[in-house]
Ligand binder design. Structure first.
Ligand code: DAH
Length: 367
């Protein structure tokens, strides 16, 4: 017999020694598998459908019935041992891999957290929300109006005659085509008229929002800024209600301070007033007191806050409201300016340039 015939000779798949040899080889391979991927391959090689043990199992069918019992036991036990070893090793490998994952993904919950700064509302938005909240808590409604407004609602309906200086092209940004008489609203006051026209009295509403004017862009002016408008219309409303409401707002926003009304002119209110806020920093103590100057009110004791008055009956009549029964008060104030003096912000340009250091630098910080 030549060497080649020995190697070429097919082993008898049901030879006892051969089958036991297959088991030993399989057990060695199982013990050597370190990962579930390796063990998967070992399972295919030694217990899979094409493994020598499976072939041996299939060979049983070719035997004479009398010979099958012994062969069946031999192969059955062999396969049982291999499968048991596979299951045991699988459990070990799984446990080891789980352990490794837990170690690798370990989180020390006692470590200080890396706090990523989260976004914050713009200081103007935050203040608008705060001011609106004061009114919501009194049962007032918050109403919004469009920024692109008709000339009629922005001016005419508010008793602003055509000759009023605010209607000159220098202040107002009209929108093409001129024949549409559309403009970027110069004030939130047109929302008063929109509300009067669309709702029944009594009305208690505030309207925060953006307004636009053809102003310079400098430390104290922006072509786009924010106002909050207020309107109350009910039976028997008078100036005292306006004063009480403004004092309440001032206290809610700035602590124990008062407001002051100075006679003024607005076409849509009569009488009209400018309202001042008692300085919430020095409470007037800096006035005539050079030893204690106040930067917030420039030692004047009062800060200009906005305009207000008793609603001109012509405005109510334009909305079809019976002025013998109903009267109202209205007010409007600049919100960017309020943030400025409330938080000691020196330059209005910082409000729109988007540098996050700005809100962080404000007194009281970003909110
Ligand atoms: N709209 C005025 C302005 O932009 C402010 C104002 C004054 C609003 C008096 C009012 C008001 O509602 O009654 O200067």
């Amino acid at each position: 017999m030549t060497a080649s015939t020995i190697t070429d000779r097919q082993p008898d798949p049901l030879d006892t020694e051969y089958v036991l040899g297959l088991v030993d080889t399989a057990l060695d391979a199982i013990a050597a598998a370190k990962t579930s991927a390796q063990l998967k391959q070992v399972r295919i090689d030694h217990a899979g459908e094409k493994s020598p043990l499976a072939l041996a199992n299939r060979a049983i069918g070719t035997l004479q019935p009398g010979q099958r019992k012994h062969a069946g036991q031999l192969v059955g036990q062999a396969r049982g041992r291999v499968n048991q070893a596979l299951a045991a090793r699988q459990a070990e490998v799984d446990a080891a891999e789980l352990e490794a994952t837990l170690l690798a993904e370990r989180v020390d919950v006692t470590l200080p957290v890396d706090l990523h700064p989260v976004g914050a509302l713009h200081p103007v938005t935050a203040l608008l929300n705060d001011m609106s909240d004061v009114f919501i808590s009194m049962g007032w409604e918050v109403v919004e109006g469009p920024e692109l407004e008709s000339e009629w609602l922005n001016f005419d309906a508010l008793n602003m005659p055509e000759v009023h200086p605010a209607r000159g092209l220098t202040d107002t940004l009209f929108v093409d085509p001129p024949s549409d008489r559309k403009l970027l609203r110069t004030q939130t006051s047109p929302v008063q008229m929109r509300t009067l026209l669309s709702r029944d009295v009594p009305i208690y509403m505030v309207s925060p929002g953006k307004v636009f004017r053809a102003d310079e862009y400098d430390a104290t002016h922006l072509p786009m800024f924010h106002q909050i408008e207020g309107l109350a219309v009910d039976k028997g409303i008078h100036l005292g209600h306006l004063k009480g409401t403004l004092d309440h707002l001032a206290k809610a926003m700035f602590g124990d301070v008062r407001t002051r009304l100075r006679p003024h002119y607005f076409p849509f209110t009569e009488p009209s007033a400018e309202m001042d806020l008692e300085c919430f920093v020095c409470h007037g103590e800096s006035v005539g007191n050079p030893d204690r100057p106040c930067r917030t009110c420039k030692s004047e004791g009062w800060i200009e806050w906005g305009g207000c008055g008793v609603v001109n009956p012509r405005v109510l009549k334009a909305a079809g409201i019976d002025t013998n029964v109903y009267s109202g008060f209205a007010f409007g104030m600049g919100v960017d300016r309020t943030v400025m003096f409330r938080n000691n912000a020196p330059d209005l340009r910082d409000f729109v340039e988007g540098d996050v250091r700005f809100p962080r630098s404000l007194r009281g910080g970003a909110r």
